[in-house]
Design a protein around this ligand. Structure first.
Ligand code: ADP
Ligand code: MG
Length: 758
């Protein structure tokens, strides 16, 4: 489609930013608005607020400072003035002339220099600005930018595709398509939810009508916004719902639970299960008895006791004559699961055969184990990726348990079960149970894993004493080491965790540094935009970028160096071990075993110990440079202690500079131990993209919705999607249903391809 104002070259630039069709452009929404109908007056501005101001240019100055050239514009209204400052931007000199009317947007700050010169006392640093059109400009520009609520767009590249350009192009586009934007949601649905039609919504989000609530616009909650957000989430939920239903049509294994099976489960229990464990197991077993494949997520905070639940589920499969497989994300965890399972199964009168399959086993062992699995002689198989990679063919695979799913990515979690069965027929599909220790806020879990059923372990086993968490400045590290020595003297063990393996390089893929956007000016709508802003900030402030990038920062303590230092210094005389991701698998395993057996007092490590490692005698977790770790990670690390009856401690050592966001994370850690509470906070602070660690988590990218902001609409979309697929979907006309289907296909392919492929 021809869009006025977009030639082939611009089209290419837009395509590079993911805008390939006219529709894409229409869904590229303003990220904020300026109320130029009711401009703010300068005298009411307060330091600290983020404001948009329209004023007259009074004067400009280009100052050379020691660090960087500084460009200053003084704008005023009557006798009030505001100073605007930009660094490294001498080219701005040609843009501003006294007498122009400009709109500036940024954080208002007190200004000392301005006060001295008696010009008012406020300034804005690096504000966004737009010089408003005057009588010499064309009528259309004036129409779009003066005396109205004006949309502001994230630049799509350079000054060429700036906000002003987008405004015009989108305005023309909306004119061209007037009356011709097809509705993609059923009319009854829109009526029931009181949402505007698609075209009206698109028009209103770009060029809001005069009386639109400005507060609603800024919070993306006008009816028009809600309609577009709902639309996007509805198609996500519809896709998930259909996937779920399709799964229920496939052939699975209907396991039976006889008294025999129940007895087998009872035998292995070393303790009384918690109510949550009982409930989760009951839900899992109920699924396993169904003749359709189970797809269930078992979610439980660290230490909530997922292992035994999974093992019991596996025993159900085994007692039914099937094989069960457990896939862990690392060799350490696979080995630990193997040892734990073997120990629990010692109590079993059936003595199922259990084998370990990891990449580092020697070829002979691997071959032997593959054979056992292939002939069905190994009933319980525990392994890593090797289960997928080493051409393992199961004889009668009945249940797959995938641990720590988010580390695998969505695709891999299903590849295992898709292995062809040895006789070449498709056969019934195995059940799949995914376990995760990431406390995912419930709405998010339900929505993102809408194709999975959910069981939650929301209760810790009894007898745990709360972990004492303290934040300590690293100037007092001596006291901390003294404390560690005392605990060791009491027969306990400790972890000391560092952000890097060696040197000051951030070379661990698993490390999840939280990058704080430096400026914090405006709350922006999406992750992409945040990333874009981060980039912009980095370009403007090379120093800030260096600071935000831990790799470039020196003075970072590393596990290897500190292991040496502590061993010969503050912790001399104790048995100090070292564990990190670059050790080969055998060494890792050996160190872990020695720590588990109590032959190492203090384990100096990186975040490789983060997930799942279980040593109940360890009571101290020291995290150095704690300000550099993400909240989810700190929580996981803390979960390594407090696993036995003894009182446990988590000490967060921090360096001299702690950003406000890091401050918030550390305070939260001290305040609460509730994983779900921390997860909610983490989600709010970082957004879902970083919350899950990587994009590979299969997280859909949204163009208008935000999983943090729009949770209520997400719930609504879920309900409506189920209703649409269910019986009451008959409310929609046949033509509407056809359009919904087309749109769904389109939306899923384009946006949620990764999820769909799973
Ligand atoms: P996670 O959910 O983190 O995988 P685990 O399954 O490793 O938790 O269990 C944590 C610890 O709690 C283990 O040492 C386990 O033996 C113990 N545990 C689990 N369930 C119970 C229970 N119901 N009563 C007592 N101890 C339990
Ligand atoms: Mg576990």
């Amino acid at each position: 489609m021809y869009v006025r104002g977009v030639g082939p070259r611009l089209a290419e630039m837009l395509a590079a930013r993911g805008i390939q069709t006219a529709e894409d452009l229409l869904y590229h929404l303003p990220f904020r608005y300026e109320d130029r109908q009711n401009p703010r007056s300068l005298d009411e501005l307060k330091a600290g607020e983020v404001a948009s101001v329209i004023a007259e240019v009074r004067g400009t100055a280009l100052l050379r400072t020691r660090r960087a050239p500084l460009f200053e514009v003084t704008v005023g209204q009557g006798r009030f003035a505001l100073k605007c400052i930009w660094f490294n931007a001498p080219y701005l000199k040609d843009k501003f002339q006294a007498g122009q009317t400009v709109a500036v947007y940024g954080k208002v700050e007190p200004s000392r220099s301005a006060q001295k010169s008696g010009m008012g006392n406020l300034k804005m640093i690096q504000p966004q600005f737009e010089i408003l059109p005057d009588a010499s400009d064309d009528a259309e520009t004036r129409l779009l930018e003066v005396g109205r609520i004006t949309p502001v767009y994230e630049s799509l590249g350079g000054s060429r595709l700036a906000s002003r350009w987008q405004r015009k192009v989108i305005f023309h586009l909306l004119e061209t398509v007037r009356g011709g934007v097809p509705e993609c949601l059923p009319r009854v649905l829109l009526e029931r939810l009181d949402l505007p039609d698609r075209e009206t919504a698109l028009r209103e989000v770009h060029f809001p009508a005069e009386r639109t609530s400005f507060a609603q616009l800024q919070s993306f909650s006008t009816p028009a916004h809600r309609r577009l957000i709902f639309e996007e989430l509805f198609f996500l939920e519809l896709g998930l719902e259909l996937k779920r239903r399709r799964m229920k049509e496939r052939a699975g294994i209907a396991f039976v639970t006889t008294d025999n099976v129940r007895e087998a489960l009872r035998e292995v229990l070393p303790f009384h299960p918690t109510a949550a464990q009982k409930r989760a197991l009951a839900e899992i077993v109920a699924d396993m008895r169904e003749p359709t494949p189970m797809r269930r997520l078992l979610q439980g905070d660290v230490g909530s006791g997922k292992t035994i639940v999974a093992l019991q589920a596996m025993l159900v499969a085994i007692e039914n004559g099937y094989q069960a497989a457990l896939m862990a994300p690392t060799e350490i965890l696979a080995t630990q699961h193997f040892l734990a399972a073997r120990k629990l199964l010692e109590r079993s009168s059936r003595k199922p055969r259990i084998v370990l399959l990891t990449g580092s086993l020697d070829e002979d062992r691997k071959r032997t184990n593959r054979g056992l699995i292939n002939r069905g002689e190994a009933q319980l198989v525990i392994g890593t990726h090797a289960l997928i990679e080493e051409k393992v063919e199961f004889d009668r695979l009945g249940l797959v348990v995938v641990d720590e799913q988010h580390r695998f990515g969505v695709l891999q979690r299903f590849r295992l079960m898709k292995k062809p069965s040895p006789d070449g027929t498709a056969g019934p599909e195995p059940d799949v149970l995914v376990m995760t220790a990431t406390p995912i806020p419930r709405t998010l879990a339900l929505s993102l894993y809408g194709d999975l059923d959910l069981s939650v372990l929301d209760e810790l086993p009894p007898g745990r004493t709360p972990i004492v968490t303290r934040r300590v400045s690293d100037e007092r590290a001596v006291d901390v080491w003294e404390f560690v020595r005392k605990q060791v003297a009491l027969g306990r063990q400790a972890y000391v965790v560092y952000p890097v393996i060696e040197g000051a390089q951030d070379d661990q893929p698993e490390l999840d540094f939280s990058r704080d956007p430096e400026d914090g000016v405006a709350a922006q709508p999406s992750e992409q935009k945040k990333a874009a802003r981060r980039k912009r900030t980095e370009n403007l402030f090379p120093e800030a970028a260096r600071e935000a990038n831990p790799a470039a920062k020196s003075g970072l303590k590393s596990a290897v160096e500190m292991h040496e230092k502590l061993r010969t210094g503050a912790l001399a005389g104790l048995r100090v071990g070292l564990l990190h991701g670059r050790l080969d698998a055998d060494d890792k395993e050996m160190v872990m075993r020695r720590f588990q057996r109590g032959e190492i007092d203090v384990l100096v490590a990186t975040t490789v110990i983060e997930v799942g490692v279980d040593v109940p005698n360890a009571t101290v977790m020291v995290v150095e440079h704690a300000e550099r770790f993400g909240l989810a990670q700190l929580h996981q690390l803390r979960g390594r202690v407090g696993r036995g009856a003894a009182k446990s401690y988590c000490i967060l050592l921090t360096g001299p500079r702690v950003s406000p966001l890091a401050e918030e994370r550390l305070n939260a850690m001290v305040r609460t131990q509730d994983g779900f509470e921390l997860a909610e906070l983490d989600l709010a602070m970082r957004g879902p993209g970083e919350f899950f660690g990587t994009r590979q988590a299969g997280l859909p990218e949204f163009r208008v919705a935000s999983l943090v902001r729009d949770r209520q609409l997400l719930e609504l979309a879920k309900t409506e999607a189920a209703r649409f697929v269910g019986d009451s979907g008959g409310e929609a006309t046949e033509a509407e249903r056809a359009r919904v289907r087309t749109q769904l296909k389109d939306a899923w392919q384009r946006r949620y391809g990764l999820v769909e492929a799973g």
